[in-house]
Design a binder for this molecule. Structure first.
Ligand SMILES: Cc1cc2nc3c(=O)[nH]c(=O)nc-3n(C[C@H](O)[C@H](O)[C@H](O)COP(=O)(O)OP(=O)(O)OC[C@H]3O[C@@H](n4cnc5c(N)ncnc54)[C@H](O)[C@@H]3O)c2cc1C
Length: 466
């Protein structure tokens, strides 16, 4: 097939579209402004050590079937280590684990949940009731309009259940506070991620930097199929003439033509490269109503090699997750210890200095992992992403467009588009596949590229309403 496609933006969405379309024989040109592909899920090179480091820790779950499909195609799915036990640590130093127990879904983690030390009987009974209600809720338009914090009140959830169960899981998954997460998104996370299938909650951690997971394998894939990947290349304008996309103009003045153009940019950046008269069309103009929420990542390097769990969810504190990169990346003991911490919905820290952040973070690390008290901190980095992900607020889904636009041969990808998923790598991957499906459809090929969801099993098959 001689059809040519330009994809603007080499994040997970752009990669997914490029991989799928080059596999179908289209000539793909993927354009990315940064040195490495991967976008928000990418890496940078440490100027002092030359080491490839992630800007912020990323994780996935077994329910992210399209991301798994993409990584499988790229030959790197085995670089994701899936953990079938999730560890939680509360302020009193009690550690609990969520793990499978062999019962059918949705009871597959019931025994570990009953033994969860940070929750009392009343908390657990309420959580169980709410989980069944989530499975039975089906997909109703009103779920898009109600904040899950209000629903928890209606469901009589205890303060402890919210603080030590619902909040840690949903805020990490959605990168947003509970009063800014719609029931639709919250229910989806629990139904798809925890309740329907016994393996869905298994937590995947990359065993190599994100840049290495995405960049080289994607370049190799696309180039092997006759496509081109241009990094360090900035698209200044997407060219649209007479209601039809014709190509792009680069910052260096070069003009590239193609039969179709996919934008895989974040929506605020898309609005900047569209011709003003196109950006003013309501479909695009309304995108500026989508709100974004911040994440903060803190990296700590210690001189000594100190043992710590590979991934630990922290309850009752400002830090939400501690990841031990020595274990994930199999770093040699001589490299000391490298911890990566994540704080989602990091609104309170926007105005704080790096020194203030470092001070509370180090205090909390020592409180959670006493073996780090007195360790020699060699280096640290605080990375703030003010516009990390879209807010899954009530009403947001009405603003998320489909991949096919009013403009002929112009398609949208990006985790913010209408993927039915929150702002994640899985959402980005789905959007890329959906945009590729739309391009193929317009060339006369009807093909479904989306990987199927994990099927509901056990009693969840009967309980879950679609
Ligand atoms: C700190 C942080 C932590 C996260 N943690 C997780 C997690 O644990 N699990 C998870 O699933 N998701 C996580 N996410 C969300 C996930 O990273 C994103 O949803 C996903 O990567 C978005 O992919 P995308 O391709 O849609 O967009 P992007 O990654 O934003 O890709 C857009 C690309 O376009 C490029 N670009 C921009 N302008 C131009 C231009 N003019 N010309 C050419 N190229 C351009 C950008 O450089 C970028 O590479 C996290 C996000 C952040 C920021």
């Amino acid at each position: 097939m001689s059809q040519s496609v330009i994809i603007v933006g080499g994040g997970v969405a752009g990669i997914a579209a490029g991989v799928a379309l080059s596999e179908e024989g289209l000539h793909v040109t993927l354009i990315e402004k940064r040195p490495l592909l991967g976008g928000r899920a990418s890496s940078f090179t440490d100027p002092t050590t030359g080491e490839r480091l992630d800007e912020c820790q990323h994780g996935t779950m077994r329910c992210c079937t399209n991301l798994a499909d993409l990584l499988e195609r790229l030959g790197v799915h085995d670089k994701i280590k899936y953990h079938d036990r999730l560890f939680f640590l509360d302020k009193e130093g009690r550690q609990s684990v969520i793990e499978g127990c062999g019962l059918p879904a949705p009871g597959h983690t019931a025994l570990s949940f009953l033994a969860f030390k940070s929750l009392g009987v009343k908390d657990k009974v309420g959580i169980g009731r709410a989980m069944i209600a989530m499975l039975r809720a089906g997909e109703k338009p009103e779920h898009e309009e109600i904040a899950v914090s209000d629903w928890f009140v209606k469901m009589g959830q205890t303060g402890n259940a919210v603080a030590r169960f619902w909040r840690p899981i949903l805020v990490s998954a959605c990168n947003e506070n509970l009063d800014r997460i719609s029931c639709r998104h919250a229910f989806k996370i629990f139904c798809d991620g925890f309740l329907s299938s016994p393996t869905a909650f298994h937590f995947g951690i990359p065993s190599l930097p994100l840049g290495s997971l995405y960049h080289e394998p994607s370049v190799k894939w696309i180039e092997a199929r006759g496509g081109t990947v241009r990094t360090k290349t900035v698209v200044e304008r997407i060219e649209i003439e007479d209601g039809r996309a014709t190509g792009v103009t680069l910052a260096n003045g070069e003009n590239l033509k193609a039969d179709a153009v996919i934008s895989a940019l974040q929506f605020d950046l898309l609005l900047k490269v569209l011709p003003p008269e196109v950006a003013a069309i309501p479909l695009f103009a309304r995108l500026s109503e989508i709100e974004l929420s911040p994440i903060m990542g803190v990296h700590l390097w210690f001189k000594e090699r100190i043992d710590a769990p590979e991934a630990l969810a922290i309850l009752d504190r400002r830090i939400e997750w501690i990841f031990n990169k020595d274990k994930s990346w199999n770093r040699p003991p001589s490299a000391g210890t490298y911890l990566s911490l994540v704080i989602s919905a990091s609104y309170p820290y926007t105005g704080m200095s790096k020194e203030e952040i470092l001070a509370f973070v180090l205090e909390e690390v020592s409180a959670c992992l006493p073996q780090f008290a007195g360790a020699t901190l060699l280096k640290s980095q605080v990375i703030r992403w003010p516009k990390a992900t879209i807010s899954p607020k009530p009403g947001v889904d009405a603003l998320r467009p489909k991949s096919k636009t009013l403009i002929q041969n112009f398609y949208l990808a990006g985790e913010w588009t209408d993927t039915d998923w929150p702002s994640t790598m899985e959402g980005a991957c789905r959007s890329g596949y959906l945009a590729a499906e739309a391009v193929l459809q317009d060339t006369g090929i009807s093909k479904s590229l989306l990987a199927p969801d994990l099927p509901a099993t056990g009693f969840a098959r009967f309980l879950r309403k679609k």
